[in-house]
Ligand binder design. Sequence first.
Ligand SMILES: NC(=O)c1ccc[n+]([C@@H]2O[C@H](COP(=O)([O-])OP(=O)(O)OC[C@H]3O[C@@H](n4cnc5c(N)ncnc54)[C@H](O)[C@@H]3O)[C@@H](O)[C@H]2O)c1
Ligand SMILES: [Zn+2]
Length: 696
Amino acid sequence: MAEQSDLFSAPEPAAPPLVATKVEALRAQLNAWAHEYYVQDAPSVPDAEYDRVFRQLQALEDAYPSLVTPDSPTQRVIGAVMEGLASVRHRVPMLSIRTETDTEASGAEAFDARIRRELKLPPDAPPVEYVAEPKFDGLAMSLRYEEGRLVQAATRGDGEVGEDVTHNVRTIRQIPLALPAGVPPVLEVRGEVYMRRADFDALNERQREQGGKTFVNPRNAAAGAVRQLDSGIAAQRPLSFFAYGLGEVQGAEFATHFEVLEKLKTWGFPVAAQAGIALGASELVAFHQRIGAARDQLPYDIDGVVYKVNSLALQRQLGFVTREPRWAVAHKYPAQEMMTRVEGIDVQVGRTGKLTPVARLAPVFVGGVTVTNATLHNLFELRRKRVRVGDQVIVRRAGDVIPEVVGVVPAPRAAYVPNFRMPAQCPICGSAVVREPGEMNHRCSGGLFCPAQRKQAVLHFAQRRAMDVEGLGEKLVDQLIDGDVIRTLPDLFRLDVQALAGLDRMAEKSAQNVLDALEQSKRTTLPRFLFGLGIRHVGEATAKDLARHFGALDAIMEASVDQLLQVNDVGPVVAQSIHTFFAQPHNREVVAQLRACGVAWEECAPVEGATLPLAGKTIVLTGTLPTLGRDEAKDLLEAAGAKVAGSVSKKTYCVVAGAEAGSKLDKAQALGIPVLDEDGLRALLQGQLPGGAEFS
Ligand SMILES: NC(=O)c1ccc[n+]([C@@H]2O[C@H](COP(=O)([O-])OP(=O)(O)OC[C@H]3O[C@@H](n4cnc5c(N)ncnc54)[C@H](O)[C@@H]3O)[C@@H](O)[C@H]2O)c1
Ligand SMILES: [Zn+2]
């Protein structure tokens, strides 16, 4: 009998052994990736790659349902409880969301059609009401409040059991610890903990500067912070929060999801401003497009939008499938991380002379654009990530920022590939490449000469505190350099009315004004000139110290590192930087030409720092003086040998206070430090001690 019935019922196709093996392999791969992603917060492949393999598995399971097992990644929410964190059983499970993909029709239309079918709506029924929201790329969080107090915060885990991370979540400022009176006595708020892009970039920048580990993306940085055992670390990572739903609630009833969002707002939770009601498929499509167009400008990452049936009664009617509700879907955008191959590593020189290794890539569509180059930041970052030519890497492009290589996809290399090296000479100008001790970045030392640094060099040279060329601002400098009107600083002094008047928005009159300003700037001072050269680490104060110590430019140019170290406040890094600068023949040539063009200053005999009346004294300026400007007062004090500092400490010699002096004055008084007015300052410069006595 059994044999006969087998003949009549349509049997499922038996899976060929090869398919069964393939399915097992795909599951093992997905489980390994999920472990890296959920447990270690350090994925080795981009989400797009995980999703691709996930869909492959889904397709095979659809074709051979006999192969489906309850522990397949397609059948359950993946996640785990980290050792060291207590586990929390969710009273209302935390589910995943099905992803709707675009075919010929928009994913929004496919979702709406499915909902209408499942609700058995006739074709002429009015449009279904949905709520559309951004899909934040962070990690799901359940916040439990009892009697209005936050008592527990838990991650999603496997959906049934999550991790207790209350200690870390308490450090997130956007999450209220106490709620206003009148909230339901038991209230679980569900939402997403995430990191804003700017916070993420700043965190990584800090890590890079210190040679520390950088994070792949804001999601992993946020997840890593939330799942720390030590709340001190989480507190240092700037995390944010958006609420988008509820878990267990006692003592309140809601009719719609939108009403829930409104209530969350009144209780003090951040709710996405874009969340709104959408009627039918057409409004969902419009929402998807609108948020997609604004995506790059958002201050945080989203990977799509979420559509939810608004009526909670209909939600209940629709119910759940294994790992996801039927009443919601995610409609995604192009991935912000993709995999591609490194075809070469180039070096770019930035405006400030910093050398950046840049990966040349097999073209890849990421974050909505095709990318062929991505930054590797610096040599150390590149080495730490072990990037070599030929490797598959993860490229991230989010917002308007330049694309970056965030990691290598581990794979055996076919052949030996040499490690990348920084060039010893600038690829643009041939000057020596230097890296200071403790610095992560390599730089071109051809500051004045290097075409990559020209604009920056000219602007710095012309600024008020340096050569003070009025009217030589950014727009004009852009035109001069881009139009190849000038190449080096001396070219500035070779400009004529004809060359200038040919430029955009430059009448003959204003051209003459610029020439006059240039002419006037030629009579300058040694500290201004030195500062204007833009030598790394030589700010105004150091330029003044150098001028005072050596008296003449030639002496500075010829000084050894040891001689430079004799100067007040000049340490090894600064001394080396000055020495390297003047060791470049290009830079010496520029200086010679500037002098040949008539740039001149008075030189004087070297002055011993110690002989100046205020040498070694630190003085603080605060408030507005009646006649002296802040810069003027500073110049006068520094000329007398004083150091002008920005904050008051026990070491402060005296404070010069004018009108509207604030906390600095209070602090001086508290510490018993003498306070002078402008007359007192003048007296001090004349040699009178703040107490009234004379200098000995
Ligand atoms: N790279 C890897 O190795 C790797 C490994 C495993 C998983 N993943 C990625 O993880 C994701 C799969 O995770 P999933 O199945 O939990 O789905 P999901 O994370 O894509 O979607 C569900 C989650 O969306 C979040 N969400 C954001 N905004 C929301 C909103 N407004 N309303 C409701 N929920 C919102 C919630 O946290 C919820 O848990 C995929 O993107 C996959 O690529 C990557
Ligand atoms: Zn250079």
